[in-house]
Design a protein around this ligand. Structure first.
Ligand code: NAD
Length: 428
């Protein structure tokens, strides 16, 4: 149940979407915030929302219009930071929730950023490369009013990548008349990108997975891992778990679900996906399952790494696993969270589990400012340390307050954000 929020007028109270999920999470943490709770309303409304029209000329000469957003949820601790998503289901509610989760995530791993997110409501698979470039450049120009290396720094998310970041950086540089590599992260190495950035989120998922497994007495060697999403996050996590001796027994993506109880050959699966666009049709497996059957596969570690609101009150009772590592943002609804926590499934929440990407984005931004670049080993070692420290701080709070890891992460993060809010005071 969501408590009575003074909802902003642009939201439909009957259908809050992922933003409603976030508000419920804030309600759960509020009783633990002590005197800082008087500032909690700050977290329940984004600081700034920009909706933009993104028109492009199609290859056939017609004009198409797309709806784009950039939401800056909170900037108490630093400039906005968060990815840009190109997907046909992007909504304002979704971008708002994703921006808020960035606020929590950045504070959880203690990088000096607020939270922001952007998106365009488009199916990029329907666009040619030229159309995608024009879309990206026009969107960048529309949001250039509010982004910048010290204001708000976009990064890749679903269906955006290094190339999209390069176009964003170039467009911003053309508009500003100077080269500001630090305006986006997740760039190609040749443009000031960081070594290790591409793998960072999946690596972070793996690092917290190791910590969680140790707490639960699960050996990584031989552990059965099921993964939804085989993109940047899920694909890298799959490779790292397989390399460490785990068995990746099931993978689902938008094309289907492949299962092998002896462990899929992850390297070959990567090759198949690169060649065919999805896991469907992968040879030598035991079974192709339909979408919903994926949740019934017994595993030791389950990694949702696709989209939000995938684990729901309907499928949570089917899930048989010991640990859930939320690679995706917002994959578990609050109702499902309760069902699984009551069954003692250890859920490492998105705002902690997938923070590796933004952590190396932070390294990239620091390297760009100083024009001094670190080795991959140095980056991976620093990332591992930050993720381990964050996990263990959250674990201590959860033990101390007898709350889930999600509530513990929110307690730690919201306390940091609201302390900054309080000490800054309200302007004017
Ligand atoms: P991606 O585009 O690289 O991969 C997405 C994967 O999800 C693909 O394998 C796709 O087939 C699969 N997928 C899409 N729709 C699906 C569906 N309906 N059912 C099953 N699978 C489906 O995206 P990504 O960068 O790996 O991001 C995945 C999730 O991780 C998102 O929630 C994103 O916000 C989150 N995340 C990403 C990063 C990052 O650095 N890339 C960082 C933090 C969080």
């Amino acid at each position: 149940m969501i408590t009575q929020h003074a909802l902003p007028s642009y939201l439909n109270p009957e259908d809050l979407g992922p933003w409603g999920q976030y508000l419920q999470q804030i309600d759960r943490v509020t009783p633990h915030l002590g005197s800082l709770s008087r500032w909690v309303e700050t977290l329940k409304r984004p600081k700034r929302i920009l909706t933009v029209d993104v028109p492009i000329e199609r290859d056939d000469g017609t004009i198409s219009h797309y709806e784009g957003y950039r939401v800056q949820h909170n900037m108490s601790r630093g400039p906005g930071k968060g990815g840009v998503r190109f997907h046909q289901d992007v909504t304002l509610s979704e971008v708002m929730a994703l921006s808020a989760w960035m606020t929590v995530k950045n504070a959880a791993v203690n990088v000096p950023y607020g939270g922001a997110k952007g998106g365009i409501r488009v199916d990029p698979k329907t666009l040619s490369r030229g159309e995608l470039q024009r879309l990206t450049r026009r969107y960048t120009s529309e949001i250039s009013l509010i982004i910048g290396p010290n204001k708000d720094i976009p990064a890749p998310d679903v269906n955006t990548n290094e190339q999209v970041m390069a176009w964003m950086m170039d467009s911003y540089a053309m508009i500003e008349g100077n080269l500001s590599t630090g305006v986006v992260t997740g760039k190609p190495i040749s443009l000031g990108g960081s070594l290790g950035r591409r793998e960072a989120t999946g690596r972070g998922v793996f690092v917290v997975g190791q910590e969680a497994a140790a707490k639960r007495g699960v050996a990584i060697q031989g552990a059965r891992v099921a993964i939804q999403g085989f993109g940047n996050v899920g694909g890298v996590a799959a490779s790292m778990f397989a390399k460490a001796g785990a068995k990746v027994i099931a993978v689902q993506d938008h094309t289907g679900t492949v299962v092998h109880s002896g462990g899929l050959d992850v390297a070959l699966l990567h090759q198949h996906v690169a060649e065919t666009g999805g896991v469907q049709g992968f040879p030598g497996i035991e079974a192709f399952l339909d979408r919903d059957a994926f949740w019934g596969i017994e595993s030791d570690i389950l990694i949702p790494a696709a989209l939000e609101q995938q684990i729901t009150a309907e499928n949570a009772p089917l899930i048989r696993t010991k640990i859930i590592l939320e690679g995706a943002n917002g994959p578990t609804t609050p109702e499902a969270d309760d069902i699984l926590s009551d069954r003692d499934v250890l859920i490492v929440p998105d705002v902690l589990a997938n923070a590796g990407g933004v952590t190396v984005s932070y390294f990239e931004w620091v390297q760009d400012f100083s024009s001094f670049f670190w080795s991959e080993d140095e980056i991976n070692a620093r990332l591992t340390r930050i993720m381990q420290d964050a996990f263990n701080s959250v674990w201590e709070v959860s033990q101390d307050k007898k709350v889930t890891l999600r509530t513990a992460t929110f307690i730690l993060a919201c306390t940091r954000v609201l302390q900054a809010r309080e000490v800054r005071g309200l302007y004017p």
